[in-house]
Design a protein around this ligand. Structure first.
Ligand SMILES: C[S@@+](CC[C@H](N)C(=O)[O-])C[C@H]1O[C@@H](n2cnc3c(N)ncnc32)[C@H](O)[C@@H]1O
Length: 203
């Protein structure tokens, strides 16, 4: 299967689309665009720090199922991995109209994304049934909420990796230092017995 082929089309009737990276940044988007689709592109070094920690073999195929404009896709590709990209909305990257939370199969080796924050739990539940390892970028306080205790316990992560810096999700569009702290959470293909805690340095 080529990396531009639609692996989803076998499962669902999605049309194949060619890559069309527009290279737009969040600075060009209105606040409505951002909040309406929960679109916040991820600076490359956030993805690079995860990939450095994971140290996956270069023949790994990674699914980016909420690819937005392709910031994370591009960073993964730049490290030499195969990437399959999809998104619910058409933001100029990958196969569009694909609601990750409705899917049940993954034909890639890994799933890596920065999910829409409002649907993070649905993304975790969906991915945990697919039988492959996955890593999601979440707000740093994500696991502090009492109501998420059951999410953590039901499918225990292999690692929680807080970033030792605050990424600029606005790509310089707003003055002042970035305020949002985030962490990667990594799950194995099956629930883990313990969770490693390992802060990541900026690449
Ligand atoms: C926080 S942004 C991250 C974009 C990209 N992963 C990145 O890091 O640059 C979340 C993305 O999820 C997409 N999205 C929202 N709901 C979705 C769903 N149910 N299935 C797939 N993608 C979805 C949005 O269109 C948006 O592009």
């Amino acid at each position: 299967m080529g990396q531009n082929d639609s692996f989803l089309a076998r499962d669902r009737h999605f049309s194949l689309r060619r890559w069309k990276m527009r290279g737009e940044t969040l600075a060009n988007k209105s606040a409505d665009d951002r909040s309406g689709t929960d679109f916040y592109p991820t600076p490359a070094n956030v993805t690079e720090a995860l990939l450095y920690w994971l140290n996956l073999p270069k023949n790994t195929t990674i699914w980016e199922p909420a690819c937005g404009e392709g910031h994370m896709t591009k960073a993964i590709k730049a490290k030499g991995y195969h990437v399959v990209s999809s998104n619910l909305h058409d933001q100029g990257c990958g196969e569009t109209g694909v609601d990750f939370t409705t899917l049940s199969k993954c034909e890639c080796d890994w799933i890596i994304t920065n999910p829409p924050f409002k649907q993070a739990e649905e993304f975790i539940n969906t991915a945990s049934k697919m039988g492959v390892p996955f890593a999601f970028l979440l707000k740093s306080q994500y696991w502090h909420a009492a109501r998420r205790g059951s999410v953590f316990d039901k499918y225990q992560p292999a690692a929680v990796l807080p970033l030792r810096w605050r990424p600029d999700f606005l790509f310089g569009a707003k003055a002042g230092a970035p305020t949002m702290e985030v962490l990667w959470t990594v799950w194995d293909a099956a629930p883990s017995d313990f969770t490693e805690y390992a802060p990541l340095d900026r690449m």
